[in-house]
Design a protein around this ligand. Structure first.
Ligand code: 2PG
Length: 248
């Protein structure tokens, strides 16, 4: 059986992308632009006849809504859906809710980049009484422990075993799988798919709302390393904008 196709979709612009705030597990909504990006993403899928058979999303509304809108735009609103916290954005600890430009100014470029893009340095843990803590959020009631902060390595450690156990077998069965998730959870997955080193992953940024497609040979090896963005020009501009966040 030929392998299926993997479609990665980062949510469209969120309210806190627009206001330049660290977001993590805070459940912010999309902006109008984010909704438009989701429609465009779905139309790109329809144009390329890449039609998902199953959707995997995080438990966060920006990913859930983006997927709903995109699937509606390509007439795939009816497919089965699996939602799991392991696809959630990286928990940004005490930085959740804070402005990126202000944090960069207060702590300097190096510390800012270390918290934002280093592989294994998590930001300081969030306090339980912080208004942006998820410690008592009912949707995470089944977790042994709700994270207080995470580095990218923590996301790799939670998400890649889930991907290998739950998502990869569906690809092996020939299905077209959409994963609607977040900048850093998708960076973790791309790191895995492309075998990117712990150092080099710092330079990889994922734009909002543009489908990134991976194809595989019969042995399950990626045949288009780096994946294929369905709108490469918009993707390059979007990735550069993400890289430059923190500027004023
Ligand atoms: O704030 C966040 O949760 C993420 C994604 O928006 O930001 P960054 O790109 O800085 O890791």
């Amino acid at each position: 059986m030929a392998y299926g196709t993997l479609v990665l979709l980062r949510h469209g612009q969120s309210q806190w992308n627009a206001s330049n705030q660290f977001t993590g597990w805070v459940d912010v909504d999309l902006t109008d632009l984010g909704r438009e990006e989701a429609v465009r993403g779905g139309k790109l899928l329809a144009k390329e006849s890449i039609l998902p058979d199953v959707l995997y999303t995080s438990l966060l509304r920006r990913a859930i809504t983006t997927a709903n809108i995109a699937l509606d735009a390509c007439d795939r609103h009816w497919i089965p859906v699996v939602r799991h916290w392991k696809l959630n954005e990286r928990h940004y600890g005490k930085l959740q809710g804070l402005n990126k430009a202000e944090i960069k100014e207060e702590f300097g470029d190096e510390q800012f980049m270390l918290w934002r893009r280093s592989y294994d340095t998590p930001p300081p843990a969030i306090d339980a009484d912080n208004e942006y803590s998820q410690s008592s959020d009912v949707r995470y009631a089944d977790l042994p422990e709700v994270p207080l902060t995470e580095c990218l390595k923590d996301v790799v450690d939670r998400f890649i075993p889930y991907y290998s156990a739950e998502i990869a077998p569906r690809l092996a069965a020939g299905e077209t799988v959409m994963v609607a998730a977040h900048g850093n959870s998708l960076r973790a997955l791309v790191k895995h798919l492309d075998g990117i080193s712990d150092e080099d992953i710092a330079g990889l940024n994922i734009p909002t709302g543009i489908p990134l497609v991976y194809r595989f040979d019969d042995a399950g090896t990626v045949t288009n390393p780096g994946g294929t963005y369905l709108d490469p020009e918009a993707a390059a501009a979007g990735a550069a904008a993400v890289a430059n966040q923190g500027g004023k």
